[in-house]
Design a protein around this ligand. Sequence first.
Ligand code: GLA
Length: 384
Amino acid sequence: MSILDKQELKDFFAAAFGHAPELIVQAPGRVNLIGEHTDYNDGFVLPAAINYSTWIAASARDDRDLHVVARDFGSQRVVINLDSPMQQDSDASWSDYVRGVIQELKKRNYRLNGGNLLITGNVPAGAGLSSSASLEVAVVRALTELSDESIDPTDAALVGQAAENNFVGCNCGIMDQLISARGQESSALLIDCQDLTTRSVSIPRDWEILIVHSGVKRGLVESEYNQRRAQCETAAAFFDQQTLRGVELEQLLAAEGKLDDLSFRRARHVLTENARTLTAAEALSSGDMETLARAMAESHVSMRDDFSITTPAIDRLVEILQTAGDGQAGARMTGGGFGGCVVSIAPASVIPKLMQAVEQFYEVDTGCVPTLIPAKASKGAFSL
Ligand code: GLA
């Protein structure tokens, strides 16, 4: 879907509800440059919010109902009573993200007003670019603003994550919601997921981000994801730790052969990925492409061999980008894995070469159809 302007959004809202909206909020999707499956291990991540977002136009109602229209799901409409217990709706599963957010805001004693909501967006769904986190964060903002409540961006992210963990059923970490809430223009954010502190890392002015959707449909994501998380917890427990952040790489390496091989490899990915993420953040801030490209390449290998979350087509796509970049571009799979997107970053002058190589080789080699998604690091959720 193309990017909407504010007037179009107001028109859609008026068509759905017969009056003008009182507020419009926007929350972006994200691309993760490096630091994969480290967030729920209390580790480091380096994502950027992108210029693809979820928008919500809203107005208050006098009753206790929320009327929600999802423009991108055939303008399906659901009515949710704020005072009733929240239940999943298999006929409108998109609305579970709204219901989950309501449940979590209520748990935290936020006042909630009835309202009319029109939701739309252009974050590609099921691509690993966090369309669901952007929806959760947008809903948190819309509902709190409608009720004259204020919420800190980090708390908004925590509410979104809790909605996904407790209501939707995916045991995700905090990265996606936090970058959607706190992203900064032209920058990535180095997040320490242990205490949620962030450091903005500006992207060199003449560098650009190119996301490529592999055309590989993400499958079994939730079950595989939750399984990886459980495997990491098993590895941490071997060292009497809650998470792998409490384990040093030397300690892990010394345990090879004592810890079962699968847990060992999962943990090795996480601990080496933490180190690579810190290295990559330094390299990005100093414009050191050679180091960044190496860290991203090693990250991909580690996701492929130790964490087992890539697919052969995606491995090929990364190889095509790396070869075309010839040391002048970083490339790796981004997001939870099992399909979805690859992220590359390079000086603007190198980007056309990357695009050309993808178009020339990828479909021929794999039978999968790529989509090029040029992206800009953008600011986190805001009201228009
Ligand atoms: C998904 C989750 C995140 C994170 C990534 C993997 O996007 O929502 O919390 O774990 O996968 O890095």
